[in-house]
Design a protein around this ligand. Structure first.
Ligand code: AMP
Ligand code: MG
Length: 326
């Protein structure tokens, strides 16, 4: 899998470690009545589980938000995993979705007509890297790219904010993962007041137009917010401090951002509310449990790929009469 990063502190090689689911009127961890096909697939309500093989107690949810401007409150969504899930059942279902993703990716790549863009957003320690590592095991690296977006470079800042992201969207046949994305421009940029309010406030519409243009060009867009609690972030930051092998992941800057936790939650809530569309849904994924998070993301991706129904190109005619010389 190709990886790369964009931004001031990034290198073209990226980080080798990266190689490797409405409330308002919503209920916790349940999906709204009107959902896009991908959202339904992710919620496990269609095609993902056969009646013949009932899989125990795997809860059906990411919270899929697909209606722009429908009231939505992040605090209504539980970041913990549902009760009663057995590790083994989660592992089995995850393995099954990985297999589906790999098989469908092979078709997408061969077809060379459409592509998939996966946007991963989270608070620090939310699990973006771990999701990439665990969900994409088994995909053909040739058909998959990861781009990590850091603070923008001087050149990137000299362009419109979408420039650096547009340059990295998937070409036909590819799956591209954005580890952070154009949403940073209405998240960190808003929270840290890096541009005046009228500038970032205009960006939600720009993002919706951008994503619509992508989908009209054959790019399926899936967006995941890996939702963790503030307590869980504390535990994870402490683990990074306590475990020498994880020290490298600790940044004092994350502590400064943690102080702005509530501002970030408001910014995320607005971004998810304003930029959830039927063609580019946001999934708020309960992510305090890594295993459950991986399962929910894998299920959504497999469902979306299945809904695309990628096909191998037709074979040349009369192959049965072709003889390969000795
Ligand atoms: P990490 O993903 O932990 O390597 O950190 C990347 C850093 O880049 C985070 O602090 C992001 O908030 C920051 N970042 C990403 N995109 C932007 C952006 N458009 N403007 C400002 N900071 C950004
Ligand atoms: Mg970080």
């Amino acid at each position: 899998m190709a990886t790369g990063s964009s931004g001031r502190s990034g290198t073209d090689d990226g980080d080798p470690a990266r190689g490797a689911a409405p409330a308002g009127r919503t209920r916790r961890t349940t999906a709204p009545r009107s959902r896009a096909p991908a959202a339904r697939a992710a919620a496990g309500t269609r095609g993902t589980r056969s009646r013949a093989r009932p899989k125990a107690k795997v809860a059906p949810t990411a919270h899929a938000h697909t209606a722009p401007d429908e009231p939505f409150r992040l605090v209504d969504i539980e970041p913990g995993r549902p009760d009663g899930l057995k590790k083994k059942a989660i592992a089995e279902e995850l393995a099954r979705h990985r297999g589906r993703i790999a098989a469908l990716q092979a078709r997408l790549y061969a077809e060379q007509r459409r592509s998939l863009l996966i946007v991963l957003q989270a608070m620090d320690t939310g699990g973006k890297d771990g999701t990439i590592k665990h969900v994409f095991q088994g995909v053909n690296p040739q058909g998959c790219q990861v781009w990590s977006f850091k603070q923008p470079s001087v050149e990137e800042l000299a362009h419109d904010f979408l420039w650096r992201y547009h340059a990295k969207v998937p070409t036909k046949g590819m799956i591209t993962i954005f580890n952070r994305s154009h949403y940073e421009d209405v998240l960190v940029v808003r929270v840290r007041q890096l541009v005046p309010e009228e500038v970032w406030a205009a960006r939600y519409d720009a993002i919706n137009q951008f994503e619509l243009a992508l989908t009209q060009a054959g790019v399926t867009v899936l967006k995941f917010f890996l939702h963790i609690s503030k307590d869980e972030q504390k535990r994870r930051l402490e683990r990074r401090l306590d475990n020498p092998d994880k020290n490298w992941k600790f940044s004092r800057a994350d502590l400064a951002e943690r102080k702005r936790w509530d501002d970030y939650q408001v910014a995320y809530q607005d971004a998810i509310m304003r930029c959830s569309t039927p063609h580019a849904p946001w999934y708020v994924v309960p992510s305090n449990s890594r295993r459950y998070r991986n399962l929910v993301v894998a299920r959504a991706i497999a469902g979306a790929l299945e809904a695309m129904q990628p096909q191998f190109p037709p074979a040349e005619s009369s192959l049965g009469r072709v003889h390969v010389d000795d």
